[in-house]
Design a protein around this ligand. Structure first.
Ligand code: PGA
Length: 253
């Protein structure tokens, strides 16, 4: 059984005053020893990475970033490299989130290049894939997912530092979620595609997160689905109480 991971993606939210919310979270993680059974991560905007990582040092909370450039250094105004994120305390980077694919035209090929950059630093890459509403309605979900996975995943991955997040675009921030059997179907297909791409022993060690409207009220049901090894949480990760409500659903032995 893979240790579950609950990762919170703060997106473009949070100011330095938000550190109070993280301190509340840390107190409870420590008090209840929550990281023994569940890996817990917060991915704040780049501006808060250093503050969050100082605050979370030697606690059960790890810190991740939300995107990076594919190169280490260079003339790329406004961009930040994986090495720079690691330098301010990031231990993981989310790559290929659908908001990046949509807002910045990121293709799976670009996501693969970013994943290679992240893995090259020794950090964990959380690679996001997911279908649109039209693709779901058109019965194309499994084809879209496997195409995205095949083109976004680097050729050679270390299973402990590679995580796949399945996030249906239509479920993000909408309060809608696929049925448990739809999620199970997609996650089983992701596992099978990973077996084909990486070999079965690596594939079985790669954690598969579900993301899209995960809340305290649906977390336990989502966690009980075969091949769901954790959650990528957007809106509900901004409040310590909601995030902890989700983490507690993943406290399984
Ligand atoms: P949500 O976002 O939990 O607010 O739906 C999930 C995500 O985009 O990672």
């Amino acid at each position: 059984m893979l240790k579950p991971l609950v990762a919170g993606n703060w997106k473009m939210n949070g100011l330095r005053s938000s550190i109070a919310e993280v301190q509340t979270l840390l107190e409870i993680i420590r008090r209840d020893n929550l990281s023994e059974l569940t890996d817990i991560m917060l991915c704040p905007p780049a501006t808060l990475l250093r503050d969050f990582s100082i605050c979370a040092a030697d606690t059960g909370l790890s810190i991740g970033a939300q995107d990076c450039h594919k190169d280490d250094f260079g003339a790329h105004t406004g961009d930040i490299s994986a090495a720079m994120l690691q330098d301010v305390g990031a231990q993981a980077v989310i790559v290929g989130h659908s908001e990046r694919r949509t807002d910045h035209g990121e293709t799976s090929t670009m996501v693969r290049e970013k994943s290679i950059a992240v893995l090259g630093t020794g950090m964990t890459a959380i690679i996001c894939i997911g279908e649109s509403e039209a693709e779901r309605k058109g019965g194309m979900t499994l084809d879209v997912i496997s195409e995205q996975l095949e083109n976004s995943l680097p050729a050679d991955v270390e299973s402990k530092s590679t995580i796949i997040a399945y996030e249906p675009i239509w479920a993000i921030g909408t309060g809608l979620t696929p049925t448990a059997s739809d999620i199970e179907e997609v996650h089983t297909s992701i596992r099978e595609t990973l077996e084909k791409l990486t070999g079965s022993s690596k594939a079985s060690d790669i954690r598969l997160l579900y993301g899209g409207s995960v809340k305290p009220g649906n977390a336990a049901e989502l966690m009980s689905i075969t091949n769901v090894n954790g959650a990528l949480v957007g809106g509900a990760s901004l409040k310590a109480k909601d995030f902890l409500g989700i983490v507690s659903a993943y406290q399984t032995t």
